[in-house]
Design a protein around this ligand. Structure first.
Ligand code: SGN
Ligand code: CA
Length: 558
């Protein structure tokens, strides 16, 4: 048992009085780790945004009101597979091999679930796995194919002998159902660790049938930075393809095939994607779908919106579909909490709620993630653990997804391996969290270029107040195709795996520049201060910090 958790539990004299293995097993906490794909903190009402007040998440909020809300939780590489590899290994991307979205994970690295499993935990994972290896360290898995589908998705498990089999239903509900199956059938003499990885609310945001009309008459406030023109910022912010105005697709994303220009490669792909998704619906589901989107689309066609009006329409309809998906996720959290409560497991289970990264809900005019700018870099994090966390606590220390595995091992009383980079969050659970010795900065590194959304490679550091970002790397070739790239290079892999990236013309400029933000004066990161008079000292300090991280972590590319 780790010193921290031992200390916490000693006061209740629970563990210290345990003598038999069975009693210890009973007192070791269960773990329920819930991670959504692309769930922004802005759309969790416990975080208090204006948007979330119009689309509340009462069940997720309960984890905050009965536990701790972290308002400075971040990822180390804002993308699914890298974030998941980091979760499993507590290593940075360049250490665990998963720098980009496709293959990469070094399966010789220890997954924290292997350690829990070997130490007597019953382990299970349901939902999106998204790593190109078999789940390691699990007694039970029931995972989606790649990104997974919203309607009637395919799953594989030990029972299907690793073959993907289609199931009838909506992804969020099916994942919840399989999570409960695991809980029902688990070995009750052991503590459990269950990871519930929702597919929702990943693009293309397809709501559950019963929520198709939800929020239909709600108008969501447009973010203050929605019309950002990226003045003061470098090439990367200008050449990304994250804009709701022109990178969000009429068919696939906004479900308006009528307005999709199928004569372009992008339009064609978008149309094919939507039709593929709709082809999965049962006749009843399809009828409900058409009943909702049909009249809405007719109205849009009649309105003949253009320019800013059309962009705002896209924003409103993106928000509605995204938040409808969240509504189902919130229901799922409610169901899982109710199950634990009914089974008397609620108070001996640590429940973590988070996402694989942040997401743009129109800030800077964007959707998706990837940049080290706040809304993408930051991820929601709520932890309910009444044994150690007082209800309604808030933590503002700098934490990162590298910390998740060490935390869960720590609460389970399993030794955290030396090589893991993160730190257990347990010292922050107590009342003295603001004064306890803790890290003062975070390192971030993004690699997935050139591919979807064309966000340039960058690394950087963030402190409580400042952020320094270094953008670097070769520009893509205008209109590049896979065979224009050298075989075996990272670029080649990406292009082959994500052929859609070929449709985007890439920015051809080689880059090497910095941006600096004062997050206290400029929380929206509109004012790049790098090179401005008066910021020499802080720039030097942050540059030193960044250099130290690169040296200490043996980062070779920047
Ligand atoms: C898909 C999406 C992208 C998204 C990546 C990564 N395109 O490729 O918009 O950035 O996933 O998302 S889609 O047309 O296929 O939906 S991640 O969450 O897996 O990192
Ligand atoms: Ca994601």
């Amino acid at each position: 048992i780790s010193p921290y958790i031992n200390l916490l539990l000693a006061s209740t004299a629970v563990l210290s009085s345990c003598t038999t293995k069975q009693t210890v097993e009973k007192t070791r906490p269960n773990i329920l780790y819930i991670m959504c794909d692309d769930h922004s903190y802005q759309t969790i009402s416990a975080y208090g945004s204006e948007v979330s007040k119009l689309a509340p998440t009462p069940n997720i909020d309960r984890l905050a009101s009965e536990g701790m809300l972290f308002d400075r939780a971040f990822v180390e590489n804002s993308l699914s597979a890298p974030s998941r590899a980091c979760l499993m290994t507590a290593l940075y991307s360049h250490q665990n091999g998963q720098e980009q979205l496709c293959e990469g994970i070094d399966t010789t690295k220890t997954f924290f679930t292997e350690l829990l499993h070997d130490d007597g935990y019953e382990t299970g994972i349901v939902g999106k796995w998204h790593l190109m290896c078999e789940p390691k360290g699990f007694d039970y898995y029931h995972i989606l194919d790649d990104q997974g589908k919203y309607y009637n998705p395919t799953f594989k498990s030990k029972e299907t002998h690793g073959k993907y089999v289609q199931e009838k239903g909506y992804a969020t509900s099916l994942i919840t159902q399989h999570a409960i199956e695991f809980l029902d059938h688990r070995d009750k003499s052991k503590p459990f660790c269950l990871m519930v990885h929702h597919k929702a609310p990943h693009r293309n945001w397809m709501p559950e049938q019963k929520y198709l009309d939800l929020y239909e008459d709600v108008e969501f406030p447009v973010p203050a930075t929605f019309w950002d023109d990226y003045e003061t910022r470098g090439v990367a912010a200008h050449t990304q393809k994250l804009n709701i105005a022109n990178a969000m697709e009429m068919a696939q994303d906004l479900k308006v095939p009528e307005l999709c220009d199928t004569t372009t490669a992008e339009g064609h792909f978008s149309y094919v994607c939507l039709m593929g998704e709709l082809g999965r619906l049962t006749p009843e589901e399809r009828a409900a779908w058409d009943k909702h989107y049909g009249p809405r689309n007719k109205k849009l066609l009649e309105a003949k919106l253009t320019g800013k009006e059309l962009t705002v329409w896209k924003y409103q309809n993106y928000m509605k579909d995204y938040l409808r998906c969240i509504k189902s996720v919130d229901d799922s959290v409610g169901e899982l909490l109710a199950y634990l409560e009914k089974e008397g497991l609620l108070d001996n289970t640590i429940i973590v709620y988070t996402s694989d990264q942040g997401f743009w809900m129109g800030e800077h005019g964007w959707f998706d993630k990837r940049f080290m700018y706040e809304e993408s870099f930051r991820t929601p994090l709520l932890i309910r653990y009444p044994q150690a966390i007082k209800a309604g606590s808030r933590c503002s220390r700098l934490v990162q997804n590298l910390d998740f595995a060490p935390t869960l091992l720590d609460v389970a009383g399993v030794k955290v391996p030396e090589q893991m980079e993160g730190r257990s969050l347990v010292p922050l659970f107590g009342e003295n969290r603001d004064t306890v010795e803790w890290r003062k900065s975070l390192y971030y590194h993004y690699y997935d270029y050139p591919t979807f959304h064309l966000v340039r490679r960058h690394d950087g550091v963030r402190t409580d107040r400042y952020k320094l970002i270094h953008f670097y790397g070769k520009g893509g070739v205008e209109g590049a195709t896979p065979n224009m790239l050298k075989p075996g290079t990272r670029e080649n892999r990406t292009f082959n795996m994500l052929s859609k990236a070929n449709y985007f013309p890439t920015s051809s400029e080689d880059i090497n520049y910095n941006e600096l933000y004062d997050l206290e004066k400029d929380p929206n990161e509109l004012n790049n201060l790098y090179g401005q008079p008066g910021y020499e000292e802080i720039t030097k300090e942050l540059q030193g910090l960044l250099d130290d991280y690169r040296t200490k972590l043996n980062v070779t590319e920047y």
